[in-house]
Design a protein around this ligand. Structure first.
Ligand code: G6P
Length: 472
């Protein structure tokens, strides 16, 4: 394995690097995610390193530097991508942790690949970390890394953040490797979750499976004799992630973005109401439920295609996993049916876009949308809800938000929905469309204040402060 030129005092480990490219001839582009924006200042001020997969199979790339961050690529073979990434990560853990919306598959071969690839990430992190460094591991693809890293490097302080839900015990306990995964996570000093409920589910699984004592966010973890023996305390609590709120606000104030928002509405034929949904094309997002509710409102003449358009951006995701292929077929069939039944020559019911857009275009779309529909069946947080609010510098717009998202815990002024209740969802869409301006502004003001005060810098600071408080 290659090692970076210098060892770092702060190391981030995630499945994907913060930059990606589609082929070796392309330049590296910064991944647009909030994680990069949040961690970049911390990495730059500490001369930190980021360990991750560059996103293509079978490429060996030497460590390189981008904007003051040392990037340490971990290579995945075609087999690793199939068994570790598409298999165990995205066809076992992802559906299991999202309340088995799609049935998880359990294959021993996938688990073996998960262990093998987690070992590779752990040894890359161990090689990148300076003595007594802080290492922050991210997300469900790397749940075994904290323990593996602790065994390799007992001197480093280890944080882990879980970006997706942690399921209730009755669901979690299906996992044939449930003990190993808990032990893997408990290698961290601080284990962060999106919601209080996720941290609670984790603590219960630890009590039931491992019999360790848990109390108010701390877990007593026995230390094996070869690592010094005794008991140590791990923290397991909620740190809800957020966005770079100021960046969205700034983009929304640019005149060219506001012009673009007007152009978008004109391009749709200037409907009275624009509804908007944007998601990775994933079965957790409730896109089908949203389309069903909207299609029925049109069919029952509660909405008229001459007045309303739904813009649905569905960005391509995990396209080689069967459940995602099937979902795409279902969604596209539904969109085609609704448009076929409801469109007129001059108006379309749904403008469906199977594409990903740069942040500026997203903000223009948020500004063009009267109603934002977030109808996920289960979602760790849902940053789209926060991005919409951060972009509404005009104080207008209505957020319809599923109660099954982490964001719902923080955004009580949204119109809350249970997306399984199609009649309730239909009523919520109509309520949102009819909401008086004064009430839109009142709700939006409170939502904007929340997202301004709890931005992504607040998230990383809170987590890292707890991690620094850990004594070794
Ligand atoms: C979710 C996960 C991330 C993941 C992202 C995109 O947000 O929490 O860990 O990176 O989806 O999915 P992908 O499979 O393309 O990395």
């Amino acid at each position: 394995m290659r090692t970076p030129t210098t060892e770092a005092d702060f190391v981030v480990v995630s499945n994907r690097l913060p930059v990606d490219r589609s082929s070796e001839d392309e330049p590296w582009r910064r991944s647009p995610g909030g994680l990069v924006a949040a961690l970049e200042p911390v990495l730059q001020s500490t001369g930190g390193a980021w360990v991750g997969w560059p996103g293509q199979p079978d490429v060996e790339i030497d460590p390189f530097a981008v904007d003051g961050m040392d990037l340490v690529p971990v290579s995945l073979s075609t087999d690793d991508v199939e068994l570790f990434y598409e298999g165990f990560s995205n066809d076992t853990i992802w559906p299991l942790y999202h309340d088995v919306i799609s049935p998880p598959a359990y294959h021993r071969e996938w688990w073996d690949a998960y262990v093998r690839v987690n070992e590779r990430f752990a040894s890359a992190a161990a090689a990148a970390a300076a003595p007594a460094a802080t290492v922050w591991v991210h997300d469900y693809q790397l749940q075994l890394v904290p323990r593996m890293l602790r065994e390799l490097r007992p001197d480093v302080v280890i944080g882990y953040f879980h970006h997706i839900p942690f399921p209730a015990y009755g669901i979690y306990s299906q996992l044939p490797w449930r003990k190993q995964v808990l032990e893997g996570l408990l290698g961290a000093d601080v284990i962060g979750f999106q919601r209080v409920a996720d941290a609670g589910n984790f603590a219960r699984a630890v009590r039931r499976q491992l019999g360790f004592e848990t109390k108010a966010g701390s877990i007593r973890v026995p230390v094996p004799d070869e690592l010094g023996g005794g008991v140590r305390t791990a923290i397991a609590k909620a740190y809800p992630i957020s966005i770079d709120t100021a960046a969205y606000d700034e983009i929304a104030r640019r005149p060219e973005v506001q012009t673009r928002a007007r152009e978008i509405r004109e391009g749709l034929g200037d409907p009275a109401v624009v509804l908007f949904g944007v998601d990775r094309l994933d079965y957790t997002k409730g896109i089908g439920h949203r389309l069903k509710a909207y299609g029925e409102l049109l069919a029952e003449n509660r909405l008229d295609v001459a007045d309303v358009t739904l813009v649905q951006v569905a960005s391509p995701s995990r396209e080689r996993v069967a459940a995602y292929m099937q979902l795409r077929d279902e969604i596209e069939l539904t969109v085609g049916r609704i448009n076929g039944d409801q469109d007129t020559v001059g108006h379309t019911a749904i403008r469906y876009l199977h594409q990903a857009y740069p942040r500026e275009e997203m903000v223009a779309l948020y500004l063009a949308a009267d109603v934002m529909l977030v109808t996920a069946l289960r979602d760790g947080m849902n940053l789209v809800a926060k991005e919409y609010v951060a972009s509404r510098i005009d104080g207008r717009g209505v957020l319809v938000l599923s109660e099954f998202t982490g964001a719902a815990d923080e955004m009580p002024q949204a119109i809350r929905v249970n997306p399984h209740d199609i009649e309730g969802l239909k009523d919520a869409i109509v309520t949102a469309i009819d909401m008086p301006l004064a009430e839109q502004r009142r709700r939006m003001r409170a939502l904007r204040r929340r997202v301004r005060d709890h931005d992504v810098a607040h998230w990383s600071r809170t987590f890292l402060d707890d991690l620094r408080g850990v004594s070794r």
